[in-house]
Design a protein around this ligand. Sequence first.
Ligand SMILES: Cc1cc2nc3c(=O)[nH]c(=O)nc-3n(C[C@H](O)[C@H](O)[C@H](O)COP(=O)(O)OP(=O)(O)OC[C@H]3O[C@@H](n4cnc5c(N)ncnc54)[C@H](O)[C@@H]3O)c2cc1C
Ligand code: SF4
Length: 336
Amino acid sequence: MYPFGYQRIDTPQALKAAQQRQRGEADKAVSYLAGGTTLLDLMKLGTLAPAEILDINGLAHDYGDISWADDELRLGALVRMSAAADHPRIRSDFPVIAQSLDLAASPQIRNMASLGGNVLQRTRCNYFRQTGWTACNKRQPGSGCAAMEGVNRKHAILGVSDHCIAAYPGDFGQALVALEARVDILGFHGTRTLPFHQLHLAPGSEPERETVLLPGELITGFHVPIGPWTRRSLYLKIRDRESYEFALVSAAVAMHLDDNVIRDVRIALGGVATKPWRAHEAEQQLIGRRPDLPAFEAASKVAFAAAVTRPGNRYKVDLGQQTLTRALLQLAEMEV
Ligand SMILES: Cc1cc2nc3c(=O)[nH]c(=O)nc-3n(C[C@H](O)[C@H](O)[C@H](O)COP(=O)(O)OP(=O)(O)OC[C@H]3O[C@@H](n4cnc5c(N)ncnc54)[C@H](O)[C@@H]3O)c2cc1C
Ligand code: SF4
């Protein structure tokens, strides 16, 4: 480990002062610390080396609540993964959210980790995490990408670029994308709210830029609209082992089924893309159709039509199609 600064932020005023200070020191790497289950890991590996850490856990009284309005669920960024996963009303009214959190990491990590930190976790690409590898455009812009010709079995096939094929590793992000959630962001100049799907960036030519967050901006919470599709929703996660493992492929799906006709459907894919991935074209195929196997198989093919594969991850096209078909079948059969 190396020496770094540490400050605990307990009030919005202290946060604002810290954000103002960061504006004056734009070249200094400052990181917020929530549960620390990503940040400390990467600092110990030497992948990240912030000069200063701002511990935001003292802001839990401002950003640590789960609450409801008539038309939406509100989740503070400092809500712990386990608190949201275990919440009875989230389990019944937003199963896809509860399941995406429940199937992630381990009970110990879920007790520590926050929702804000979860959506900002970094890729598990080993060439990024292990600094012994010199070619990683995400860690060292312009250095190349060792994964392109290396071990890429777990890498992305959607949203990739010639500069990076790292998969987005989280689960909860897919649920937020499928449900068209919004995210609140607090910066020095005040709060802005974005559709959650705009938070993450595909790698393009700048894989080091993973989100639209500006230096010093803090995620404070999420709004998830309540709709006729939220109760009929689920998260299906396929992985190498049944617990404590990241997704090879996952599907967050939600459907409004009325009179045995699909009135609306939401599909987001995980494990296969560089960011939480909405499958709009597949959704369009299904609206107005009966919920049957041929319709689901056809839509699943469409969802992966744009895949760009390598020998190591080619299997993800078949696995992804089968996973999505299975998720949609389970969804159609759900009792709500
Ligand atoms: C062994 C292991 C297995 C795992 N398996 C899974 C899995 O299967 N699925 C899954 O989804 N996740 C998995 N994870 C990842 C885990 O869920 C994340 O590490 C965790 O959610 C991060 O939350 P945190 O509060 O600990 O974030 P931290 O480590 O505190 O922060 C993560 C990043 O976000 C920034 N940050 C934190 N909060 C904010 C905020 N409010 N605003 C702005 N920036 C912020 C930090 O500066 C840091 O860069 C696993 C982790 C481990 C170690
Ligand atoms: S896939 Fe991305 S993160 Fe992995 S080595 Fe290539 S540039 Fe780095």
